[in-house]
Design a protein around this ligand. Structure first.
Ligand code: WTA
Length: 629
């Protein structure tokens, strides 16, 4: 593969210049480094007002040939995937490119044998084991659209996602190991499938060996792959054919199925992976995310495999068997690039530094951060104890919708600045807007927006293009609007200040407040609720729920327990509010809109500075909330 790497700050600034002058020739040159069955005719066609974005039109490819087949001629025996199990006493697995290719082909044939074909949607609800990566690639091999649902989601969240995309197959496992817990995935899936008529078959991987109930549509993964051949020519896809759907939270109750397509996503994930992490031949790269999130899709599976890297996949959690596990794994596999979330760093920082220092971390060269702003304290702890002041830290800003990292430093190449994501990647045109949508110049604080498409921008929301337009292209016409605020220093470095909509990032997970409120409102005692985020020292943000109840006499402890489990059942345990406060009313405007801005201040304990309250209809409610918090 052509070398995509910028090796100096001059390379970076030249690239920025070229991309600005002629974005199409810039991306076209990069795309030439990949394996295409047919070269594209048109590099880019777009109209942000429609909105419509198409890259590498007329090009044909299969992303798995770029992830696998291409490496068989150059380094078939190189380890593609290292699997580190939850339990440290279970042996790690090293899977070569040759073996991964065979296993993906076999799994692809298994899918075909069970009726899957190009364009079908396949839901994957699996633990972090090699078969999850294999399942993802097997779908891509045959042109089926994968929809991975994080294995921490509840049955009803799983069902909603399966039904939204009309998935025809479900791939799951008997259970999943996570720390000292076992998640009964098959049991949860069985519950979900009571309401999913589109699923024809469920293929079940045996991981934990726990007892599962068996239905007539169920098949064992090991029996099905056994029957399948390991020869499976890749389906030739158009550049703009969908590759996958991945759901993310929004400001309404319904999750948004972001659709990514084959060509642009391939080009951008590889380009960004290579440049951000400065991967070198022989390096071992580890991203601790779950493949259920975009970070896992782009930077455990696709980006690293396309460039022929060794990517480590970890089944467990940072606290098991103790809070030194991440560092033990880094030392064991001599990890060179380590990519994690601030919430994990903040959790680990609370434990004795001995847990870090006793492990040999001398292999580490690059550290990464993703998912939420990294605070000063966590940044310095990461830099000092993990990086020993010798590893650049890349603070990478991006989203499920953007497919790949958009704002970041390049490890060791461009300057870092604690708590700043720093500069846009070459080819990414970032601006700051004021509330009226005017571009701000120089040092400024405002709304982050992007003025030109990049190859891996999500093309639509599955089944709801209107919503795609409303959410991302309507507030500030002519721009892609990500929903984040930011400030920019005199050198052009960006610092992300947080969401400007009703999405709260809790422990790095995107949570819309609307679906949580819907869940709370299901409780017989709840009349109305409002959920907001407040700062939390480990999770970044936590949730505060204000609920109005329809009875004077209630057992509050019982009710809050019930409310928490209602949220866990409807969405998943990650969405459980930390605080639930019973109130007699919610602060509202005269037109009946909840003033969340006020609730956010109250939840943060900022009682003195509520800002403009001139439109507040019921100030007495605010006084009551203050008194009782
Ligand atoms: C937030 C995760 C500050 C941001 C890849 C964004 C960040 C949302 C950073 C997307 C960062 C992500 N600094 N904030 N480095 N990275 N975010 O879709 O609010 O799960 O809009 O994608 O996370 O979350 P998502």
């Amino acid at each position: 593969m052509k070398d995509l790497t910028y090796r100096s700050i001059e390379d970076h600034s030249n690239a920025v210049k070229q991309a600005l002058e002629n974005p199409e020739s810039f991306w076209s040159k990069i795309a030439e480094g990949f394996h295409w069955h047919k070269k594209w005719d048109t590099t880019l066609e777009y109209d942000f007002n429609q909105p419509s974005v198409k890259w590498f039109l007329g090009g044909q490819l299969n992303i798995t040939e770029n992830c696998l087949d291409r490496h068989l001629t150059t380094h078939p025996d190189k380890t593609s995937l290292i699997f580190e199990p939850n339990d440290p006493s279970e042996a790690a697995q090293h899977i070569s490119y040759r073996t991964l290719h065979q296993r993906v082909c076999r799994a692809a044939n298994m899918l075909k044998a069970n009726g899957a074909k190009k364009g079908d949607r396949i839901c994957i609800y699996m633990p972090m084991v090699p078969e999850l990566t294999i399942a993802v690639l097997a779908c891509a091999r045959i042109g089926a659209i994968h929809s991975v649902v994080f294995a921490g989601f509840s049955a009803s969240a799983l069902a909603a996602r399966i039904n939204d995309a009309h998935c025809s197959l479900l791939l799951t496992a008997d259970g999943g190991f996570r720390g000292s817990k076992v998640t009964p995935l098959k049991e949860i899936a069985d519950d979900a499938l009571l309401n999913c008529p589109s699923i024809n078959n469920t293929i079940v991987l045996k991981r934990t060996g726990q007892h599962v109930s068996w239905n007539k549509k169920d098949l064992w993964w090991h029996e099905e792959v056994e029957k399948a051949s390991d020869v499976c020519p890749a389906e030739v896809m158009d550049s703009e054919d969908p590759l996958f759907i991945l759901y993310t939270s929004g400001s309404t109750g319904k999750p948004k199925g972001m659709v990514h397509t084959c060509g642009g996503y391939m080009v951008y994930t590889a380009y960004s992976f290579q440049n951000v992490f400065q991967y070198q031949k022989g390096d071992v790269y580890w991203c601790t995310a779950d493949i259920g999130w975009i970070t896992g899709h782009s930077y455990i599976v696709y980006g690293p495999l396309i460039v022929g890297a060794t990517t480590l996949m970890f089944e467990g959690v940072p606290s098991y068997p103790d809070y030194g596990r991440f560092w033990e794994v880094c030392a064991k596999h001599k990890v060179n690039q380590f990519y994690t979330a601030p919430t994990a760093i903040r959790a680990l920082q609370k434990h004795p530094t001995e847990l870090v220092t006793k492990h040999d971390l001398s292999s580490l060269r690059v550290l990464g951060s993703v998912g939420e702003p990294i605070n000063e304290e966590a940044w310095h702890w990461y830099d000092k104890y993990v990086g020993k002041h010798e590893c650049p830290i890349v603070d990478t800003w991006w989203q499920t919708e953007t497919g790949g990292i958009l704002i970041t430093s390049l490890a060791g190449i461009t300057p870092q600045k604690p708590t700043y994501a720093t500069l846009p990647m070459p080819g990414i045109q970032v601006v700051l807007l004021d509330a009226e949508g005017n571009e701000l110049a120089g040092e400024a604080e405002g709304i982050l927006a992007i003025s030109h498409p990049w190859p891996s921008i999500a093309r639509t929301i599955w089944g709801d293009h209107k919503r795609y337009k409303n959410v991302y292209f309507s507030a500030y016409p002519g721009y892609y609007f990500p929903g984040d605020g930011a400030l920019r220093d005199a050198k052009g470095n960006y610092r992300i200040t947080g969401r400007v909509d009703d999405v709260v990032i809790v422990s790095g997970h995107n949570l819309g407040t609307a679906p949580i409120e819907n869940a709370l409102n299901e409780h017989e005692l709840v009349v109305e609720s409002a959920v907001v985020g407040f700062p939390h020292d480990v999770k970044g943000n936590a949730l505060h729920a204000y609920v109005i109840v329809n009875s004077k006499i209630i057992d509050e402890t019982k009710m809050t327990d019930e409310l928490r489990s209602l949220v866990a059942q409807t969405i998943g345990p990650i969405a459980k509010p930390d605080r639930i406060q019973v109130v007699s009313g919610l602060p509202k405007t005269r037109s009946g809109k909840i003033m969340r801005r006020i609730l956010r201040k109250l939840a943060a304990g900022e009682h003195g500075s509520l800002g403009d309250v001139s439109t507040l209809l019921n100030p007495e409610v605010v006084e009551e909330i203050k008194k009782n918090s």
